[in-house]
Design a protein around this ligand. Structure first.
Ligand code: FAD
Length: 297
């Protein structure tokens, strides 16, 4: 299907397939999708009458299951922008929502600032990393966040402190009707070779432990306090379990991979089956980490 563009705003397109915009490679059609290049374009669009509610914000779709029936309203997609990235005084880096987390890690290393290395292997954009308080190997975005810029439904931007955002394990409290447009990171100067060596180590550990060659969305469930979702799923005998084209990864039991022909319905059914079986076998209620949006077909 060819998505048509709006005559008045070329960044706005209609009937846009979401499957190519999620790392699971599934999902239906977005009725409207706006992909700004700059913060100014985004603010002007939000202030315009072209916005149809509800709004769904999507970065790289690496933590997102879009149902096969697609998305009503307007998707704001930050894959193309805003993407400004700059070093500021006092070891601070400002990254707009569309900059990839990996790019932020590389940039910080280039300007000899340490603390963002864990972002190197996390797929997705900084807006998504803020929304999820993304983290790995004992570090999370909250550890280096000086503040964030939020945009509201009318396109006005304001600065919020980390306290206001209540960042916790894989979650942030975003005030209703506001979304992330930039992160301000507070980092420490360090020798570039040390930063690069630490980054290489984290990336090679990731390659060894994750199914990097099949479509997936990272960890499907949050780790329950004091335990690991992957351990519970494996103990329940679900490694390799299939539902249509979706499969519990043989490599990492908390990943669901799309073997090629999987649908969002297959993946959601497998998520429900895992939750039910783990509850029955262990009494633990697993909570999804991935965000599920959209309509049933
Ligand atoms: C192979 C693989 C490995 C992964 N490893 C990790 C890991 O180690 N650690 C980790 O934390 N995560 C991991 N993830 C999950 C994912 O990469 C992160 O959660 C990432 O930060 C999501 O960014 P995104 O741009 O893809 O967000 P999306 O998936 O597009 O969106 C995620 C959520 O954030 C919201 N959102 C996106 N942008 C904005 C915005 N600008 N303002 C407000 N809300 C917004 C969306 O509405 C959605 O609810 C992994 C995923 C994959 C595929």
């Amino acid at each position: 299907m060819i998505a048509a563009a709006s005559a008045s705003s070329p960044r706005l397109r209609f009937q846009v397939p979401m499957a190519p915009r999620t790392t699971w490679r599934v999902g239906g059609i977005a009725e409207r999708l706006f992909a700004p290049r700059t913060l100014e374009e985004l603010a002007a669009f939000l202030a315009s009458p072209e916005v149809v509610e509800p709004l769904t914000w999507v970065g790289h779709g690496s933590n997102l299951l879009v149902r096969d029936g697609g998305l009503a309203g307007t998707v704001i997609c930050t894959r193309r922008g805003p993407k400004a990235l700059e070093q500021r005084a006092g070891g601070t880096v400002r990254a707009e929502a569309g900059v990839s987390s990996a790019r932020v890690a590389r940039f910080c290393a280039e300007v000899n600032l340490a603390g963002a290395e864990f972002l190197a292997g996390i797929p997705g954009a900084i807006g998504g990393a803020l929304a999820m308080n993304a983290g790995a190997y004992g570090s999370e975005l909250a550890d280096i966040l000086a503040g964030a810029e939020l945009i509201d439904r009318e396109g006005a931007v304001r600065y919020a402190t980390p306290d206001e955002l209540e960042l916790a394990y894989r979650q942030a409290r975003l005030p209703a009707g506001e979304w992330f447009v930039a992160a301000h990171l507070a980092l420490e100067p360090e020798d570039p070779e040390t930063i690069r060596a630490r980054t290489r180590e984290l990336l090679s550990h990731r390659e060894a432990t994750q199914p990097v060659h099949l479509a997936n969305a990272g960890s499907v469930f949050r780790n329950p306090t004091g335990d690991h979702a992957a351990r519970l799923i494996e103990a329940t005998g679900l490694k390799g379990a299939r539902q249509g084209g979706a499969e519990v990864s043989e490599h990492h039991a908390n990943f669901i991979v799309n073997r090629g022909q999987g649908t969002a319905a297959d993946i959601e059914a497998l998520i429900e089956r895992i939750g039910k079986q783990v509850r029955e076998h262990t009494g633990v209620e697993l909570e999804p980490e991935v965000r599920i949006v959209g309509r049933e077909p």
